[in-house]
Design a protein around this ligand. Structure first.
Ligand code: ADP
Ligand code: MG
Length: 693
């Protein structure tokens, strides 16, 4: 594939080099300068061998004792050296030339740069850089930048290219002064400093990215992100969707027959959702609420509004178990009101499926609930008005696009050019920390359920060593004798689905043997949808006492009588997973307990995770910690693929800059759209790089 690039002749970039640069999103002169170092190596000082730290870059100065070529385990050059404190450092080279050996004659003084690791004889470095020096050879005066790069493009090639580009390329200032911070350098000065830091710059300010030059770059990056998200939001606001005005008292009747009254948070969220649906522009709202906060009611209200306005609603969930539960709930609420609710999943038999397709196109179905099966080609709505997506982070861009198309082709299978998109209500139990809501999710409108329905008793969490598993089994038997129900979650085995399945089967067998009088069920991902449904149904009715499960029960399952949960090898699960799992208990008035069985030794992160689970049940707090421990990737899920990840800014640390960037984006789009476009253009190459990755 040839990529169009546009470099000045004077930079002497060969087609081959251009191809490599293109892989990194570098296609123009300016892109070269915007290829900012990811980190720095400090060659301004020497580290004594005794102070070397595992895996950390360091520069040492040592004298060669001897070098030998060894043949075991493979041919390699081993250079034994000693520093002036008498500490030994071994250098190891797998690839080497005879000509290199001269530098390693006995007593030669060399300066070495690399990462230390533990070797057989103490610290060693594998393939370090090195130079022959004398006692007087001066140290470097400045930090050495390290560039993100690709195969066959060395750091020294980058440094040479950058030196030339810094001389020849000019980065015109695009942003007006008023959106920039006080004392910030021009973009040209900022990149100059970051690529070739002068000796008087505080090294810590560079490596910690605190320097004003870094601030400028981080702002540029955040601004590009804010501009593209804000633009997406504005574009959507200019699109058309049907105005869904309720035509009868369906909503009132639905609310009247709910077995509870809505919480304040539910009422507030509903007001926002209803306003969106009546606006005539596609709703694009994320309803965020912790597990058990009562999101399903809002899905039902939105469906009622849509149906009352004379259009069809679709409700989609990522798994059959989840979709099924939604279906049962909605059917229970709507059937008495004369509204038809239908079910569609891939497990539905062919004949029933085609009947459902026909009924849908024929406008005999008001609300359809299902899995991905809802967006298959064969599905044609009569006039889709609303799509509700549960656990939205499990769906990707492609699926949302598919839903859009279902809207456009509505009206008796004809393309419906009048409207651009259906209203979308996305629901998520993964709370999004504020920093992420402001950044990656800035194109969404968000409604938050920040209040749990009344009468819940918080789940008590216990951390218990796996060694005491027998005691836990006894305790579980006791709870069951009290009429309670128990989830028993099997360990997550990431490497092998087959092994995970086997463990679940074994656990089920072992528990059944240990507790022969109890009814013990098993549910796992390899069962057919029908089998799963039967197992779940028997647990819901209380016939099954203990449900052994893999993580298929992770989200959405609602069995209020289940008040105990045991999670085996809890140390293997991620925080949000544990939180979701634990959210399956504590749904009724019963006091609930979640036992996290762990096996030692625990890694530091595993320990931190278990401690957080023990300390709090607050989903937002857990999410914040999760973000801190793992970075934003997990939260973004399928969204990630369509969005540039931030490379320089750190959401936690740079919240203030993020807020400035958001304000600046709004101001620019309103007052200086030309600058906004130019800024996006400038940083677009980087973005395409991430889209391709
Ligand atoms: P989630 O937000 O996890 O999807 P659900 O919608 O499944 O939560 O609701 C959890 C439980 O709380 C359900 O049993 C539901 O009937 C109940 N519930 C929802 N709203 C209220 C409320 N306002 N008052 C009492 N119970 C409620
Ligand atoms: Mg739910």
């Amino acid at each position: 594939m040839t990529v169009p690039t546009a470099f000045s002749k004077t930079l002497k970039i060969t087609p081959k080099l251009a191809e490599k640069l293109a892989k990194l999103g570098v296609r123009t002169d300016q892109d070269i300068l915007l290829h900012i170092p990811l980190r720095y190596e400090d060659e301004t000082r020497l580290t004594p061998v005794a102070d070397l730290r595992l895996g950390q870059f360091a520069q040492v100065q040592v004298r060669v004792i001897e070098h030998t070529v060894q043949f075991r385990p493979r041919r390699q050059l081993v250079v034994t050296t000693v520093d002036d404190a008498g500490e030994t450092l071994v250098l190891r080279f797998i690839h080497f030339y005879g000509t290199q050996l001269a530098a390693f004659r006995a007593d030669a003084l060399i300066r070495v740069q690399g990462e230390a690791r533990h070797g057989f004889f103490g610290m060693e470095m594998v393939h370090p850089r090195y130079q022959s020096v004398t006692e007087d050879t001066p140290l470097g005066e400045t930090l050495t930048p390290v560039y993100p790069t690709t195969d066959g493009l060395s750091q020294s090639a980058w440094r040479k290219l950058m030196a030339k580009a810094l001389d020849e390329v000019h980065l015109p200032e695009i942003l007006p002064r008023n959106v920039l911070g006080d004392g910030w350098p021009t973009l040209q000065a900022a990149v100059q400093l970051l690529h070739a830091p002068p000796p008087d710059v505080n090294p810590a300010a560079l490596t910690e990215r605190d320097h004003l030059a870094w601030e400028r770059i981080k702002f540029e990056e955040l601004l590009a992100q804010q501009l593209s998200l804000t633009q997406a939001k504005l574009k959507r606001r200019s699109e058309l969707a049907p105005q869904l005005m309720a035509q009868d008292d369906l909503l009132k009747r639905l609310i009247a027959q709910l077995p509870f009254s809505m919480t304040g948070a539910q009422t507030r969220a509903w007001a926002q959702i209803q306003t969106d649906m009546e606006s005539g522009h596609p709703m694009h709202r994320l309803l965020q609420g912790d597990v058990g906060s009562g999101k399903t009611v809002l899905a039902a209200l939105a469906c009622a509004q849509c149906v009352s306005a004379g259009r069809q609603a679709a409700v989609m969930a990522p798994t059959e178990i989840l979709a099924e539960q939604l279906y049962e709930k909605l059917k229970g609420w709507f059937t008495p009101l004369g509204i038809s609710v239908a079910w569609l999943a891939s497990s539905v038999k062919k004949k029933a499926k085609s009947e459902t397709y026909a009924a849908l196109t024929d406008n005999q179905i008001h609300i359809i609930v299902g899995t991905h099966a809802l967006i298959q080609d064969a599905v044609h709505f009569h006039d889709l008005g609303l799509a509700v997506i549960d656990e939205q982070h499990r769906f990707g861009v492609a699926q949302r696009l598919a839903l859009r198309q279902k809207m456009q082709e509505s009206v008796e299978g004809q393309r419906n050019p009048q409207y651009d998109a259906p209203h979308q209500l996305m629901m998520s139990a993964t709370p999004i920390p504020r920093t992420l809501a402001l950044s990656y999710f800035a194109d969404l409108d968000v409604a938050v359920l920040d209040e749990l329905p009344p009468g819940r008793t918080p789940v008590v969490t216990k951390l218990i060593d796996q060694k005491r598993r027998e005691e836990v089994i006894d305790k579980v038997a006791y709870q069951v004798a009290q009429g309670e129900q128990v989830y028993w979650v099997c360990p997550l085995i990431e490497e092998s689905e087959a092994l995970e399945l086997q463990t679940a089967i074994d656990t089920h067998a072992a528990l059944s043997a240990a507790l022969p009088d109890l009814n013990i069920g098993l549910v796992h991902g390899r069962m057919s949808a029908v089998e799963k449904r039967e197992v779940m149904a028997s647990f819901v009715t209380g016939e099954t006492n203990i449900l052994v499960a893999t993580t298929v029960i992770e989200v959405g399952v609602d069995v209020p009588n289940a008040s105990w949960m045991v999670i085996e090898h809890a140390e293997r699960f991620g925080l949000s997973q544990l939180h979701q799992l634990r959210g399956r208990v504590g749904r009724g008035a019963l006091h609930s307990t979640c036992v996290l069985l762990f096996e030692k030794p625990l890694s530091a992160t595993a320990k931190a995770r278990l401690k957080i689970m023990y300390d709090t049940t607050d989903g937002f707090e857990i999410a914040r910690e999760d973000l801190r421990l793992r970075g934003p990737g997990e939260f973004l899920g399928a969204r990630q693929s369509g969005l540039p990840l931030l490379r320089f800014a750190d959401l936690e640390k740079d919240l203030a800059l993020l807020e400035d960037a958001r304000d600046a984006a709004e101001w620019l789009l309103a007052n200086n759209p030309a600058a906004a476009q130019a800024h996006l253009q400038r940083w677009l190459a980087q973005r395409e790089h991430f889209l391709a990755a």
